[in-house]
Design a protein around this ligand. Structure first.
Ligand SMILES: *Cc1c(COP(=O)(O)O)cnc(C)c1O
Length: 382
């Protein structure tokens, strides 16, 4: 018999998804066909944004957003260290400088007061990350952005389906980026999306996604050439998503609300089971912030905090695909080589020392959930 192993995240692909992919394989367009537009329209509608741009992955989405925001050499962009490296790498791709602001130890999200401390004359943008799916304090972040004329790029790789004071994530900041990697809320294998309400940003993103090339008559410098003619206007990339992926995305999007509901249910069960366990801190939810629960992260506290490694190993041995999200980005040798030093975000560093991500995905069975609860309590208490 195969030993029990419950991963921390897993996709759900049903027959309808498979049919959606196969239908495209039998059609005329494998890429740059009608499924791109359809996915973009439906996605924009879902989050309540004017425009959506499908792009090859969540990292390319961040790269595109930084490009469209005009980030370049000398520009500083403030983000959180408790994120996947892509959030700040995108700034580096554009020649800008990531600046890390510390987290709020209650929500684990970037703390607006810490953002204020990091603002200089060179600050150009803020990249709040809706860590685990809990929306950041957007009212405060918007206030700061207005005060200093900064662009907001929300990294919502965890936040699809979340809402903030009645508004869906994806409709709030200047641009919002999403990922469709298999551990995220919906998947297209690899894939990403940028949403915006700003037409100018939208036009920049469209160019950026395909080499900076356009056939759009009104944008061409030379109006005299024939129907074959196109122009490259800026330096873009090939960051296109395929019709195969977009068709899968359209099919997955139909199930998103159900997925989010299931994630919320599981998180609720974990909360109840763990709320009174000594040495364990459960994730705190701010008033009016409705998480989409990409991750369920517990924090070890007090005497057992220093035993994180042993506890982690015991949970793995028990068949739980536990993980740690995240190592503060500036700990990495690459960032240290750029001159970032440890100690700059002490609350994030404290947080990192105690965290463990538990399995959470919509197809978990009752038996899986009970198994996780039982093993976690047993290991933490021993
Ligand atoms: C997954 C993720 C990304 C990158 O998305 P990819 O589609 O894997 O490129 C960026 N930021 C965060 C916070 C993520 O979790």
């Amino acid at each position: 018999m195969k030993e029990k192993f419950i991963p921390y995240g897993r996709q759900d692909i049903d027959e309808e998804d498979i049919k959606a992919v196969v239908d495209v394989l039998r059609s005329d367009y494998l890429t740059t066909g009608p499924k791109i537009d359809e996915f973009e329209k439906k996605f924009a509608e879902y989050v309540g944004a004017k425009y959506a741009v499908a792009i090859s992955n969540g990292t390319a989405a961040l790269h595109g957003a930084c490009y469209a925001a005009g980030i370049g050499k000398g520009d500083e962009v403030i983000t959180t260290p408790i994120t996947f490296a892509a959030s700040s790498n995108a700034v580096l791709y554009c020649g800008g400088t990531p600046v890390f602001a510390d987290i709020d130890p209650k929500t684990y999200n970037i703390d607006p007061q810490e953002i204020r401390k990091k603002i200089t004359a060179n600050t150009k943008a803020i990249i709040p990350v809706h860590y685990t799916g809990q929306p950041c304090d957007m009212d405060e972040i918007i206030k700061i952005a207005k005060e200093y004329n900064l662009i907001i790029i929300e990294d919502a790789a965890h936040g699809l389906g979340a809402d903030y004071k009645g508004r869906k994530i994806g409709s709030i900041g200047d641009m919002t980026t999403f990922s469709f990697h298999p551990v995220k809320h919906i998947t297209t294998g690899e894939g990403g999306m940028i949403t915006t309400n700003d037409e100018e940003l939208y036009n920049k993103l469209i160019l950026f996604r395909t080499h900076g090339i356009t056939r759009d008559k009104i944008m061409l410098h030379n109006q005299e050439e024939g129907p074959w003619y196109y122009e490259q206007l800026v330096l873009g990339y090939n960051y296109r998503m395929t019709d195969i992926q977009c068709s899968l995305g359209i099919s997955q999007l139909k199930k998103l609300d159900g997925y989010v509901m299931k994630r919320r249910e599981i998180a609720e069960r974990y909360n109840k089971a763990f709320e009174n366990i000594e040495g364990m801190i459960i994730p705190n939810q701010a008033e009016g912030h409705h998480s989409s629960w990409h991750l369920y992260v517990i924090q070890l506290d007090g005497k057992i905090k220093s035993a994180r490694k042993e506890i982690f190993n015991q949970l793995r041995t028990a068949g739980l695909g536990v993980n740690v999200h995240y190592i503060p980005v500036y700990y990495f040798p690459y960032y240290q080589g750029l001159g970032y030093t440890k100690g700059q975000c002490p609350k994030a560093e404290e947080f990192y020392e105690g965290i463990i991500t538990l399995p959470l995905f919509p197809t978990m069975t009752d038996e899986d959930i009970e198994y996780v609860i039982e093993k976690v309590i047993k290991v933490v208490k021993s």
